[in-house]
Design a binder for this molecule. Structure first.
Ligand code: 6CS
Length: 385
């Protein structure tokens, strides 16, 4: 059965010029402020209740929602009810770009900021979007993302744009979904050559456009909420997201192929507003910092479970779906080779901070991999050779 996705952003936001989008950002923000329950509440005690607003780029039941819900639970418990966290799922405050804008304005205090969107503002973070950079082992990748030097440099890059970086984590491997029209009705996926001319939706980052241009595809940047109808109307033939997101947004209903390319994990970051963070008491700041640190392990387990469970749901809903569980070595090599010039162009065009971030990430991956090999190897890395 074809259902509509949960999100339908206003038609007028499509391809709207940046200034118009900003106005909508304000309107969404104003709307949020007028929602009952978002204001400080003085009715039950002498001390006004503090409300921290947390916007996520995904819907309820997603990985980002699991993160925000746990953050909310811990903040409310540990502040003994003095601080309340209100979560805004995707769509309630506009698109990811609107959320970033509202975080910048301190209309919301916490937000998920995926490099695929925030990369337009902080170009260096697009390093996390490069294909065939991470290892094959998700444990190694997550370990690398906890590297203190890497995080300290991200903190610096975010600070330059008025944000306080809090955390970074992977939401799982990105999986390509293709319609049968994309494969010309063939019942075989032939690898890189099937990407020639492929109308694939990407997040709104210039690097992702470059990444798919390198595969001779036809990348189309679109907000998350427009992907389902674009697939349904055959405006696009493909999109790419982790399994839990494909299920959550019902993309599996309007696709015929799931291809596990393991070309890159979906990375997101958690950020707060710098002025808001600086305005916190030292106790409140330690509360936030402590909880964010604890969340690393919590979310890793959720990501693993969500992606596993949702794949089963997809298979039940669409037993006819063609699943390519992995690329052959030859196919993988062809994609990898095509992607490498994008790494070089990214560094060249983005500048020395991008080069530094890339180096920090590579050395964090190497270190994490070495630790893994010493303490119990799981899978060897074939990606960065
Ligand atoms: O594809 C996107 O735009 C979205 N995908 C996920 C998994 N999270 C947020 C992001 O905006």
């Amino acid at each position: 059965m074809i259902r509509n996705p949960h999100i339908t952003p206003p038609e007028c936001l499509r391809n709207a010029p940046r200034r118009a989008a900003r106005v909508f950002g304000w309107l969404f923000a104003l709307g949020a402020l007028l929602i009952p329950g978002c204001q400080s509440d003085t009715s039950n005690s002498d001390q006004p209740e503090i409300v921290w607003r947390f916007a996520i780029e995904e819907t309820s039941g997603s990985v980002q929602d699991a993160y925000a819900q746990q953050f909310k639970k811990l903040v409310e418990q540990r502040s003994e009810g003095r601080i309340r966290v209100k979560i805004y799922p995707y769509g309630t405050l506009g698109t990811s770009d609107h959320i970033t804008e509202q975080l910048h304005l301190n209309v919301i205090q916490f937000a998920m900021a995926s490099p695929g969107h925030v990369g337009k503002l902080i170009p260096e973070v697009q390093v996390f979007l490069l294909h065939f950079l991470f290892t094959d082992n998700p444990v190694v990748n997550s370990q690398a993302l906890r590297d203190p030097e890497l995080r300290a440099f991200l903190d610096q890059l975010y600070a330059e744009k008025g944000f306080k970086f809090l955390s970074i984590f992977s939401e799982g491997w990105q999986v390509w979904t293709l319609t049968s029209a994309a494969l010309g009705g063939r019942n075989e996926f032939r690898g890189l050559r099937d990407f020639a001319g492929l109308k694939i939706r990407v997040m709104t980052s210039p690097l992702l456009v470059a990444a798919y241009n390198a595969y001779n595809a036809n990348p189309t940047p679109l907000p998350y909420g427009e992907v389902y109808s674009a697939l349904q109307l055959s405006m696009i033939d493909a999109q790419v997201n982790p399994i839990f997101a494909i299920e959550e947004m019902n993309f599996h209903e309007v696709t015929d192929w799931l291809i596990f390319g393991r070309h890159s994990p979906f990375i997101t970051t958690v950020a707060t507003n710098t002025k808001f963070y600086q305005s916190l008491s030292s106790r409140e700041r330690s509360l936030v910092d402590g909880i964010v640190r604890e969340m690393d392990g919590y979310i890793l387990e959720k990501v693993r479970a969500f992606n596993q469970e949702r794949l089963e749901i997809i298979k039940e809903d669409r037993p006819d779906l063609n699943i390519v569980p992995e690329l052959s070595d030859k196919q993988r090599q062809a994609f990898r080779e095509a992607s490498l010039p994008v790494h070089e162009a990214f560094v060249e065009q983005t500048g020395p901070d991008a080069a530094k971030l890339l180096e920090l990430l590579k050395s964090a991956l190497n270190e994490a991999e070495q630790n893994q090999n010493e303490n119990g190897p799981e899978r060897n890395d074939a990606n960065r050779k």
